[in-house]
Design a protein around this ligand. Structure first.
Ligand SMILES: [Zn+2]
Length: 357
């Protein structure tokens, strides 16, 4: 256990062995990041458990700062007061592993680092189309935001039953009862003195980073680091990559969202569904546009940069193989990057005026 780690890894006996290319433990993530030579590596936070939170950027350099933040510049008449390089490649950020028990995006990110550095992923496969698409953007990969949660979670949850899935994700109390979902969201932080195991949702202090988003009252170094990076990068697209127990699915935008973003996220639900369906990757159905999310880190990302921020949920269940998970990860990112070349993710002049195009 690392210095600030208070719990052992949650073990589920009998799960299938992960393949060698499924590198998701905190030390494995750090090894992959430290091997980066082409990428520009930054440590954006240190977790309460003592782990580094990494960001690795590829493509043109970070844009110079504007004369204003998004918050103030978006009220001006020129969006260039914040986004200084409207004609430069768009900035795409991948937030992976915000919930530590959800390993799919972490495995995907570590494979993408290998792809970007060596031309091949950890399976030894090239992915020229994805590499070509990424070369048209500045891409910033955060391979694991919640390193604390990762440290106490299994390497994957394929084959876990629903009870094990919930315990590994949201933890259990000292009396053995599940903390459960959404009851886990009654606490910031979880009262750790009453917790048997916190699961991989929170960081080592018991905070759910995905919901640490109140301006003036941020409680985790992870969320603070992410939001500062989103603002500094002038991010045009933030993909927040999670996992659940059904097929892959884009979730609806936050209830507090720009009208254009609400519409665009809904359109991407269908685009991603179609792309996964075409490859036989069994996506979950497209939610109607009325399905919306609460306040969360996405809401705060939009406030930090004006960029389109989207949650995609991967498949953590056994019905999707490790190979399929990686294919889903690549396909989703390719779908966004393909469409982003046809229409900007976040045309800020329109976004800031509260219009829908
Ligand atoms: Zn999640």
């Amino acid at each position: 256990m690392s210095a600030g780690q208070r719990y052992d890894r949650f073990e589920i006996p009998g799960l299938q062995r992960r393949p060698d290319w499924w590198q998701v433990r905190p030390e494995e993530v750090t090894t992959a990041v430290e091997a980066a030579a082409k990428g520009e590596v930054r440590r954006i936070a240190t977790t309460p458990g003592g782990f580094p939170v990494w960001a690795v950027a590829y493509g043109p350099p970070q844009a110079r700062p504007g004369t204003a933040t998004w918050g103030i510049g978006s009220n001006s008449r020129t969006m260039a007061s914040y986004r200084t390089s409207e004609n430069d490649p768009q900035v795409v950020m991948l937030l992976c592993g915000v919930h530590g028990a959800e390993t799919e995006s972490v495995a995907g990110a570590v494979n993408m680092l290998s792809l970007l550095e060596t031309g091949r992923d950890l399976k030894g496969n090239p992915r020229p189309h994805l590499l070509d698409l990424m070369s048209r953007y500045r891409v910033v990969i955060l391979p694991c935001v919640n390193m604390d949660g990762r440290a106490v979670s299994p390497d994957h949850l394929r084959g876990a039953d629903l009870d094990q899935f919930r315990r590994a994700s949201q933890g259990y109390w000292t009396d053995g009862t599940e903390i459960g979902y959404p009851a886990c969201k009654e606490y910031a932080p979880l009262p750790l003195e009453r917790v048997g195991h916190p699961g991989g949702y929170p960081n080592a202090d018991g905070y759910n980073i995905q919901h640490d988003c109140c301006p003036g009252d941020l409680r985790t170094p992870e969320a603070r680091g992410v939001l500062k990076l989103v603002a500094d990068e002038q991010a045009d697209l933030v993909l927040n990559l999670h996992s659940h127990t059904i097929g892959g699915q884009v979730l609806g935008d936050s209830l507090l969202a720009y009208p254009l973003h609400v519409h665009r996220v809904h359109v991407y639900k269908q685009r991603v569904f179609d792309a996964l369906e075409a490859k036989g990757l069994r996506p979950a159905p497209v939610y109607p546009i009325e399905q919306r999310g609460g306040i969360n880190l996405n809401t705060a990302c939009v406030m930090a940069s004006g960029g389109l921020t989207v949650t995609f949920e991967q498949s953590a269940a056994a019905e999707w193989s490790f190979d399929e998970v990686l294919e889903i990860h690549y396909t989703v990112i390719e779908t966004f990057l393909e469409w982003g070349l046809k229409e900007p993710f976040s045309p800020r002049q329109i976004v800031a005026r509260g219009q829908t195009e």
